[in-house]
Design a protein. Structure first.
Lengths: 238, 301
């Protein structure tokens, strides 16, 4: 059984249809990437899964349970965490408090402390910035915090929205390596939305190409990376 | 000299009551970005709960104020919390997706409803608030008279403010409040139920208003259903003066308004008692609209 199954999902913003019937499935343990141009609907898809926006048709099924249009706070409790577009760090809270908020639905303090240490071992920079307010972090540090904060719910599935956006190439490489580590070591399944198709296809097992609200292509990450049209459109090759 | 000291003590006492009310305005603004104009009337209801309850509770504890007074405080705070949460659920929550102006006008409607509903239920004539805090004189020198009630007001307000500070900065729900005040969507992605946090904010704000009401009525014991209007408006000015949305600012603003009012009444003329707060409002809106401790941030779109 797939961990996440999206069937014929449609989302509208007023009169504009952002998703025109998207179906994808994510197998447990995988990194699946969703690539596509700006405005293709990638972030919309993640928002519809995590409950930030309502779908007008179709279903989202997680671990066999229909979670379509559940409020966001209940989706988190079921095991899906979303590190959203723009990171949405609480600038008025300290790094520590940001991470603690990530674990909001959980009660076991011992386990939360253990996970906090785990986030710090993945992102040592956050440990140095422990007491600083989230608003004082650099873009890259904020991205680490957004991923770390999403991990703090101990989700079975992580939705990552453009972790490479606005970050220098060296840091992008490091963050992608960490994403692989989170997937392999902690067994979290990852749905990664990216414009940086090159990097994303390198770490993913499976990929989807989203074009103006519908899936244009899907396949193993290797096949997509070798596809002629994709190389021209997304990987910057002539 | 001692007259000055006298005015300062009176001013701090009045100011700490304004501060307690102002904290409610500022917290609700912080979470929902609108001014809850019914807040002053929740304060009024707190005074009436105290009025009807105090004789019964006092009788229950054989006239011992040491137990009866905290019990009256507690019940009034619970009563006003329920009222605040109900107002939010029935009047404000259904309008949350609407423009803020809609909610603001609704808040004025709720305020009028409570003021005139109060006249219907409690009667429009002023009532004498029973003694809950004995007003014996603690310090009495040549020119300085300090009553036990002004000391009780200052101490109670201080304790409540420290308690609030602890809740907001050192507990999980308090951290969630600050997260929600920063960004509702991000907070909901953390698994925070926004509605619960908003209700909790109304519980905090309304119970502080109830406590303020009993303190206020212990100093100015004539109560009536319109009594919330001026303390409410002045506390609103205090919240704006301190920087709306900022807790420390609301406390500071309350003290400044209380002190200024007392000084103006004492040294200039009691005629200006109510005018001074609004003069301050005009000045602050002209010269530093973000308030003393507020940050100058562009309106979020």
């Amino acid at each position: 059984m797939s961990l996440l199954e999206i069937r014929n999902l449609q989302v509208k913003y007023g009169a504009i249809t952002a998703l025109k019937g998207v179906s994808i499935s994510v197998e447990p343990g995988q990194i699946v990437t969703m690539i596509g141009a700006n405005g293709a609907g990638k972030s919309t898809l993640l928002r519809a899964v995590s409950g930030l926006i309502k779908a007008c048709a179709g279903n989202v099924v997680f671990e066999g349970v229909d979670i379509t249009n559940l409020p966001a706070h209940r989706v988190v409790a079921l095991g899906i965490s979303h590190a959203p577009e723009g990171r949405m760090i609480f600038a008025n809270l300290s790094v520590r408090e940001n991470l603690e908020m990530g674990a909001y639905p959980r009660a076991n303090k011992g386990e939360i402390g253990h996970d906090l240490e785990r986030v710090f071992s993945l992102f040592p920079r956050l440990k140095e910035r422990f007491k600083q307010s989230g608003g004082t972090l650099s873009g890259g540090e904020q991205q680490m915090l957004a991923i770390g904060r999403a991990m703090m719910a101990r989700p079975r599935m992580l939705l990552l929205d453009e972790p490479s956006l606005g970050i220098g190439p060296i840091l992008v490489k490091a963050i992608f390596e960490t994403i692989v580590e989170i997937n392999r070591e902690l067994g979290m399944t990852i749905l990664l939305v990216e414009q940086n198709a090159h990097q994303a296809l390198k770490i993913a097992q499976y990929g989807y190409v989203l074009e103006t609200g519908h899936i244009a292509l899907e396949g193993s990450a290797g096949d997509i990376a070798r596809n002629e049209q994709i190389r021209k459109a997304y990987l910057g090759e002539a | 000299m001692s007259e000055l000291l006298q005015q300062i003590i009176n001013g701090i006492s009045l100011g700490s009551i304004y501060a307690l009310i102002a904290l409610g305005y500022t917290m609700i603004y912080g979470i929902l970005r609108f001014i809850n104009f019914a807040h002053g009337d929740v304060f009024m209801v707190g005074a009436f709960i105290g009025f009807y309850l105090a004789p019964r509770i006092k009788a229950l504890f054989g006239g011992s104020l040491l137990i009866a007074t905290p019990v009256v405080f507690l019940i009034a705070m619970i009563g006003c919390s329920l009222l605040g949460v109900t107002i939010e659920k029935l009047a404000y929550r259904p309008l949350r997706p609407q423009p803020k102006l809609t909610v603001l006008i609704t808040a004025i409607g709720v305020s009028l409803f409570l003021e005139f509903g109060g006249q219907l239920v409690f009667g429009p004539d002023p009532k004498l608030f029973p003694t809950l805090i004995p007003s014996s004189t603690v310090i009495n020198t040549q020119n300085l008279v300090v009553g036990s009630n002004s000391i009780a007001v200052i101490v109670t307000a201080l304790v409540l403010m420290l308690l609030l500070r602890f809740v907001v900065y050192n507990t999980k729900i308090g951290t969630a409040m600050r997260a929600v005040s920063y960004n509702h969507r991000a907070a909901s992605l953390m698994g925070i139920n926004i509605d619960t946090v908003i209700s909790f904010t109304f519980v905090l704000g309304s119970s502080l208003a109830a406590a303020a009401a009993i303190l206020y009525a212990s100093v100015y014991p004539s109560i009536n259903p319109l009594m919330g209007i001026f303390p409410g408006l002045k506390a609103f000015v205090a919240a704006v003066l301190g920087g709306i949305g900022n807790l420390a600012g609301a406390a500071l603003g309350g003290l400044i308004i209380g002190l200024t009012e007392t000084f103006v009444v004492g040294y200039i003329s009691p005629t200006f008692r109510d005018a001074i707060a609004f003069s301050i409002l005009i000045l602050i809106l002209l010269f530093k609209p973000s308030g003393i401790m507020g940050k100058d941030e562009p309106e979020k779109v």
